[in-house]
Design a protein around this ligand. Structure first.
Ligand code: UD1
Ligand code: CA
Length: 460
């Protein structure tokens, strides 16, 4: 069986945050979640997460995921500290023959493909342990890989414990390892805190295994950005930029056009169909799905929404809504949660829609508020129409049936129904139902007083 251990008990003090480090987000998803998803993609059957600092928050964030088991690392002066002590908390979760993968909760850019390759390399060569290593121009801060004259790995030396000669070594430990279960168990037993930081280092298991004649593998990483760790907000910003570029590149390869991909932000769970064009400034978030051949202009933000094919969106905010194919949104429309917009509709300039259904072919082209309404097909909602859905205490729904016409600057005071082909004259405040084919007009009739301006001495 393949088991994985994710180390996430550290404090992350350099983040200067009240949130646990591993819950800090990269493009809307906690960095720990990236690592969990990768582990799942790499067919890891059992995921253990070692938690300590801020553990309640981490546990509660992932409480619905049954595939994860959390292991508490006791923290306090009476306990040792360090990555070795963290791994010791998971001893009951793997057996001698299991392959145990160790990942760090603060290294979110690692790819599942790399994990797969690492595990394969380890299993094929039957190593006791395999380290994911990388050659760094600037290895400062990392554990160094010490090899003997036959290039066999002998130990990992931490920066703080390294001598001058060891500090020159450019091959570093990524912090990601694979072990055969029984050797990890054995090597953990022999750890001690005789080092500069007084910690139990998981890295010392390597020297323990090498001393007892076990073969250690070193799998060299091709893309060093994969192991960039997040220790500060600066690192977080850097990893965010790399992840953003990676996601955007993937869409560019798969048929999406971006006018300036540097200024397009797409979160990891978003899906986009081919031939869609995205202009700079767009932010696509959460579980959003965009169809094929859409155009998204300007600073549009789309959150947890499903957009059909051939939709044009110009500087809009769309939240938890569904938009049918061929529809034109904006400029500056706002779809608030639970708006279901039909096909070939137009929701235009400064129109706000909330918790409403709008049928195919309907138009609300300018300056309207449509809240808690069910609107049929081919309806015209004039400029300045307001669905008055709130009496200060309760909300009510209104219905406007197919082919109805709501004249400009009308108020539809809910609950009210305008039946099929009902017409509402501009400027009316509608409080009673309008029957099929009726015109409803609710306003004082116009009076023109001739000569009034002159009599008042106002004539210019
Ligand atoms: C570690 C490695 C180093 C490697 C580097 C790669 C050790 C001793 N050193 O150093 O060789 O080059 O990663 O980034 O392992 N953690 C716990 N419990 C603890 C201590 C740490 O769960 O008691 C977790 C942290 O939350 C973090 C991970 O382990 O996710 C790594 O710990 P960190 O202190 O960042 O180790 P590094 O100094 O970066
Ligand atoms: Ca680290």
């Amino acid at each position: 069986m393949r088991v994985c251990v994710i180390l996430a008990a550290g404090e992350g003090s350099r983040m200067k945050s009240s949130e646990p480090k591993v819950l800090h987000e990269i493009l809307g998803m906690p960095m720990l979640e990236y690592i969990i998803l990768n582990a799942k993609e790499s067919n890891i059957e059992k995921i253990n997460i070692v938690v300590g600092h801020g553990e309640e928050k981490i546990r509660s964030h992932f409480k619905d995921d049954d595939s994860i088991s959390f292991k508490s690392q006791p923290i306090g002066d009476q306990y040792p500290y360090g990555t070795g002590f963290a791994v010791m908390q998971t001893l009951d979760s793997f057996s001698d023959d299991d392959t145990v993968l160790i990942l760090n909760g603060d290294t979110p850019l690692i790819r599942s493909q790399t994990i797969d390759e690492l595990i394969k390399f380890h299993e094929i060569n039957n190593y006791s342990a395999t380290i994911l290593t990388a050659n760094m121009d600037c290895p400062f801060g990392y554990g160094r890989i010490v090899r003997d004259e036959n290039a066999e790995i002998k130990q990992i030396v931490e920066e703080k414990d390294a001598c001058q000669k060891e500090k020159l070594i450019r091959e570093i430990n990524s912090g990601i390892f694979v072990f055969k279960g029984k050797y990890l168990k054995k090597a953990l037993e022999d750890l001690d805190t005789n080092n500069e930081q007084g910690e139990l280092y998981v890295t010392d298991t390597i020297a323990n295994l090498a001393k007892s004649g076990k073969k250690i593998g070193g799998y060299n990483l091709k893309d060093n950005t994969e192991i960039l760790g997040v220790n500060s907000r600066d690192n977080l910003a850097n990893c965010t930029r790399i992840m953003k570029d990676r996601i955007n590149k993937n869409y560019l390869v798969n048929g999406v056009t971006m006018i300036d991909s540097q200024f397009v932000t797409i979160e990891p769970k978003v899906k986009i169909g081919k031939d869609t064009v995205i202009y700079p400034g767009a932010v696509l978030q959460g579980d959003t799905e965009i169809g094929e051949n859409c155009v998204i202009y300007g600073t549009s933000r789309i959150v947890d929404s499903k957009i059909g094919d051939n939709v044009s969106i110009d500087n809009c905010l769309i939240e938890e809504s569904v938009v049918g194919e061929g529809t034109k949104l904006g400029p500056y429309a706002h779809l608030r949660p639970n708006s279901n917009i039909g096909k070939n509709t137009k929701i235009g300039n400064f129109v706000e829609v909330k918790n409403s259904k709008i049928g195919d072919g309907t138009k609300a082209a300018h300056l309207a508020y449509i809240g808690d309404a069910d609107i049929g097909e081919n309806v015209n909602i004039g400029c300045g129409v307001i669905f008055v859905n709130y009496d200060g205490k309760n909300k009510f729904r209104s219905t406007v049936e197919d082919n109805a016409f709501v004249g400009s600057n009308s108020n539809i005071v809910a609950p009210v129904t305008v039946k099929e082909n009902g017409y509402i004259a501009a400027g009316s405040t509608i409080t009673k139902d309008v029957e099929e084919g009726e015109l409803s007009i609710e306003r004082a009739s116009q009076k023109n007083i001739s000569g009034w301006v002159e009599r008042k001495g106002l004539l210019k």
